[in-house]
Design a protein around this ligand. Structure first.
Ligand SMILES: N[C@@H](CCC(=O)N[C@@H](CS)C(=O)NCC(=O)O)C(=O)O
Length: 231
C-alpha cells in the first residue's frame, strides 16, 4: 500500500452503493491519495453533480484542481497518469495497456450490463441474459488462467483490470440474490472464484466494501424501479 502523498485538491462525488464510484475510491486509496468525498443522493441529483457531469449526470466524478473528470474507467486512467508512483495500475507496454482496457470495457458491456438485465427481468429474457453473462465470464476466466497470477496487476498488486472488474467480488453476489439467479458457479469459474477471495482480502478493498445487507435493500429497491423497463 502506498503512503499518503497528495494532500489537497482532490474530490470524489460518488454514491455508497455504486460499483463505478467504488472503483475510483479503491484507486485513490491504493495510490494513497487524500481526497474529499461527497455522497450524492441519486434520486435527487445535486446541482453540483449536474454542473460537473452535465452530459451523463452520473457518478462518479473526480474533481482535481477544480477540473472534473467523468466515467470511472477514464478516471482510473487519469489517476494512473497523474500519480505515477506505485502501484502502477496499467502495464507499461502499449499492448498490455490496450489489452487491459479491452477487457475492462468488455466486462462493463458484456458482464455488468447483462447481469443488471438478468437481475431486472423474468422468464425467457432472464434466462437468455444469465446465459450470455456466463458465456462472457468464460473469457474473464480464461484471461485469469492465462495470467496465472493472484491479480491481473501481478502477484502482489491490484491493477487496472482488477479494479475494473472488482464489482464481481462484492456486487455480483448481491445482484444474484436480488435476481434469484446463479452466475458465479465456483466449479465452472474456479479462477474468478479464487480471484474474488484474493481481491476482497486485500487490506484496502476489505475495508471499503459496503455492507451486504444494506446493499440487498438498495438493489431490491432498484430492481423494482427498473423492472418495468425490462419486461
Ligand atoms: N459508465 C459510467 C456508469 C456510471 C453509472 O451508471 N453511475 C450510476 C450509479 S451506479 C448513476 O450515477 N446513475 C444515475 C443515473 O443513471 O441517473 C461509469 O463507468 O462511470
Amino acid at each position: 500500500m502506498a503512503s499518503k502523498v497528495v494532500k489537497k485538491g482532490v474530490k470524489l462525488i460518488g454514491a455508497w452503493d455504486s460499483p463505478f464510484g467504488k472503483r475510483v475510491e479503491w484507486a485513490l486509496k491504493l495510490k494513497g491519495i487524500d481526497y474529499d468525498y461527497v455522497e450524492e443522493d441519486l434520486p435527487k441529483k445535486s446541482p453540483l453533480l449536474l454542473q460537473l457531469n452535465p452530459v451523463y449526470k452520473k457518478v462518479p466524478v473526480l474533481v482535481h484542481h477544480q477540473k472534473p473528470i467523468a466515467e470511472s474507467l477514464i478516471i482510473l486512467q487519469y489517476i494512473d497518469d497523474t500519480w505515477k508512483h506505485n502501484p502502477n495500475f496499467l502495464p507499461l507496454d502499449p499492448h498490455g495497456r490496450a489489452t487491459a482496457r479491452f477487457w475492462a470495457q468488455f466486462s462493463d458491456d458484456k458482464v455488468l450490463r447483462t447481469t443488471m438485465t438478468a437481475m431486472c427481468s423474468e422468464g425467457e429474457k432472464k434466462e437468455e441474459a444469465v446465459k450470455s453473462v456466463r458465456t462472457a465470464m468464460e473469457y474473464i476466466e480464461g484471461e485469469l488462467n492465462k495470467e496465472g497470477k493472484k491479480f491481473f496487476g501481478g502477484e502482489d498488486s491490484i491493477g487496472y483490470l482488477d479494479i475494473a472488474i472488482g464489482w464481481i467480488s462484492h456486487w455480483l453476489p448481491v445482484w444474484e440474490e436480488v435476481g434469484s439467479m446463479t452466475i458465479l458457479d465456483p466449479i465452472k469459474f474456479p479462477a474468478i472464484t479464487a480471484w474474488t477471495a484474493n481481491f476482497t482480502s486485500h487490506p484496502v478493498i476489505k475495508h471499503s466494501l459496503p455492507p451486504h445487507d444494506k446493499m440487498l435493500v438498495s438493489f431490491h429497491r432498484l430492481r423494482k424501479v427498473l423492472a418495468p423497463m425490462f419486461t
